[in-house]
Design a protein around this ligand. Structure first.
Ligand code: GAR
Length: 190
């Protein structure tokens, strides 16, 4: 059984999809949900699914390596970032090299980097007059959104699209693909 941790800062709709996808899996268990926000809705959702949760603060995350012990206690093999907005420190990247991925709501390398998250991404896509956007799943390295790309999916952007409709299209794509890509990486099944 592979143990997966999900790191999320906000609403956690991707986290929910991943938890539901692996709920009955004999191969993958979502064993921990980590958030940097004490009141993030994702924590309540995880608790409803009886998944252990952990709230981290900057001191633990950036000034110690104590998180590694906690991840080891939960026997975490793999980490999926799902709307987690803090930069991952080098000790954690190193410990989970090739075993930590992020989902980004654009076709990287476009519209990535510090400050490019959530609605900022979709506003930039609209402002640039793009005719397509999508999602990128990539390995995590010490820079924002710069690790090797694993998977991309695309959707069209029309003249009538707004940042909100673009966001909805991309989120639907994320929900469709993230769990399957994770399953492939964790079990080689996809
Ligand atoms: C998702 O669209 C994800 O791609 C994005 O945050 C959203 C989280 O939604 N991540 C980033 O922008 C990271 N740079 P969710 O909390 O409903 O899963």
């Amino acid at each position: 059984m592979k143990h997966l941790a999900i790191f999320a800062s906000g609403g956690g709709s991707n986290a929910r999809k991943i938890i539901e996808y692996f709920k009955a899996s004999p191969e993958v268990r979502v064993a921990l949900v980590v958030s940097n926000k004490k009141y993030a809705p994702v924590l309540d959702m995880a608790a409803e699914h009886r998944i252990p949760t952990l709230v981290i603060d900057r001191a633990l995350f950036y000034e110690t390596e104590g998180l590694l012990d906690i991840l080891a206690q939960h026997r975490i093999d793999f980490i999926a970032l799902a709307g987690f907005l803090w930069l991952i420190p080098p000790y954690l990247v190193g410990a989970y090299q090739g075993r930590m991925v992020n989902i980004h709501p654009a076709l990287l390398p476009k519209y990535g980097g510090k400050g490019m998250y959530g609605h900022h991404v979709h506003e930039a896509v609209k402002a640039a007059g793009e005719t397509e956007t999508g999602l990128t799943i990539h390995y995590v390295n010490p820079e924002y959104d710069e690790g090797a790309v694993i998977f991309q999916a695309r959707c069209p952007v029309g003249p009538d699209d707004t940042p909100e409709t673009i966001a909805a299209k991309v989120l639907a794509l994320e929900h469709r693909h993230y769990s399957e890509v994770l399953a492939g990486l964790l079990t080689g099944s996809q």
